[in-house]
Write a protein that binds this ligand. Structure first.
Ligand SMILES: [Zn+2]
Length: 348
């Protein structure tokens, strides 16, 4: 068994606030004299039922964490630490997802908010060697016209280099908002060459996946795991080569599946879906990127060859430049070619 923290991979599903280290959140709360709910600081991952009350609890904690991010320095620190943590786990490409709306009041508006994140991503790339791109995400809870404003802003910064916007997302409770009403925002993003990367098929089943596929024409789906519940929908996802950003620890924490082995990872891969593992919100789920590959190994019996294929799929589904992608793919080959330490020890 090779070290999964050394396996080169791309991290395509990580939220800005949710990426925060617990210690950093504690620092920010102290600095801004805010009291945090105990659940945010204790050692246990969040565990809620997959109903509206469960989501409400998740959202309440998430909002409490987000309320601690109140300055340009806070925002820069989060991006930098996310890149550092990704670097330590073998990620060579991070596409961090941010909805700048909540931070805008503290830094003089939505435009500076996004500029800060992009600049921090550029600096973090230089400092850590992880190529950091940004996904601008709108929220289902807000007016679809706000999503259009965000899409126009995202479009202005489109590119595949470090600190550029690579995609446009849609997040928050799938049960809220009308998916079709967000189509114009996604059309603006698509015209600018941005990837369409909305959430879908996590809390709601295959019908929601179809809804999102039809109206938002995703290149990648945030989660999309529940496509597995309808062979026809899964076939469409595979045919249209929509990558699925599968986040097993998140699914278990949010009660979508009872345990990691219930996440239909094998089914999706076997059906031919492109799967990129992601951590989603490590702040709440207490599980970072390499741990998702550990789950594939421990709970689903993925061999090193299969884990390398998962890493390759994540790199290919990323919007990194061609040169970054070929460098990372060569790294995956090298990881696999290196002798397996466990086997060497047995042979010796
Ligand atoms: Zn997410």
């Amino acid at each position: 068994m090779r070290d999964l923290a050394l396996l080169p991979k791309a991290h395509l599903h990580l939220h800005f606030t949710g990426s925060m280290r617990v210690a950093t959140l504690a620092d920010l709360a102290a600095e801004h004299r805010l009291r945090l709910p105990d659940a945010l600081l204790d050692a246990n991952p969040l565990q809620v039922p997959a109903d509206e009350r469960g989501w409400f609890r998740f959202q309440r904690l998430y909002d409490a964490a987000r309320a601690c991010v109140r300055s340009e320095a806070d925002m820069r620190r989060i991006v930098d630490e996310a890149a550092q943590d990704d670097a330590a786990e073998g990620s060579g490409r991070l596409e961090i997802q941010v909805d700048p709306t909540s931070y805008a009041p503290f830094v003089g508006g939505i435009t500076p908010a996004i500029e800060i994140v992009l600049d921090a991503a550029r600096l973090a790339t230089a400092r850590t060697g992880v190529d950091v791109g940004v996904i601008v995400a709108a929220s289902r809870m807000r007016h679809p016209l706000e999503a259009r404003t965000l899409a126009r802003l995202a479009a202005r910064h489109a590119g595949d280099g470090p600190g550029e916007v690579v995609g446009f997302g849609l997040s928050n409770d799938e049960r809220r908002g009308e998916t079709s009403e967000f189509a114009p925002a996604f059309a603006i993003a698509r015209r600018a060459g941005l990837a369409s990367v909305p959430h879908g098929g996590e809390l709601l089943g295959p019908a929601h996946v179809e809804d999102v596929v039809q109206h938002l024409r995703p290149d990648r789906l945030g989660h999309g795991v529940r496509s597995a519940e309808d062979p026809r929908v899964l076939e469409r996802v595979v045919e249209e080569q929509i990558a699925l950003e599968v986040c097993p620890a998140s699914n278990v924490s949010l009660g979508v599946y009872a345990s990691a082995s219930d996440v239909p990872l094998r089914e999706l891969v076997q059906a031919g879906a492109r799967v990129a593992l992601g951590a989603d919100d490590p702040l709440l789920f207490r599980s970072r990127l390499a741990a998702q590959y550990e789950i594939a190994r421990a709970a689903h019996g993925f061999t090193d060859d299969e884990l390398a294929d998962l890493a390759r799929a994540s790199i290919r589904a990323s919007r990194a430049s061609e040169s970054v992608r070929s460098r990372l793919l060569a790294g995956v080959d090298a990881w696999l070619a290196a002798p397996d330490a466990a086997e060497v020890a047995t042979a010796g």
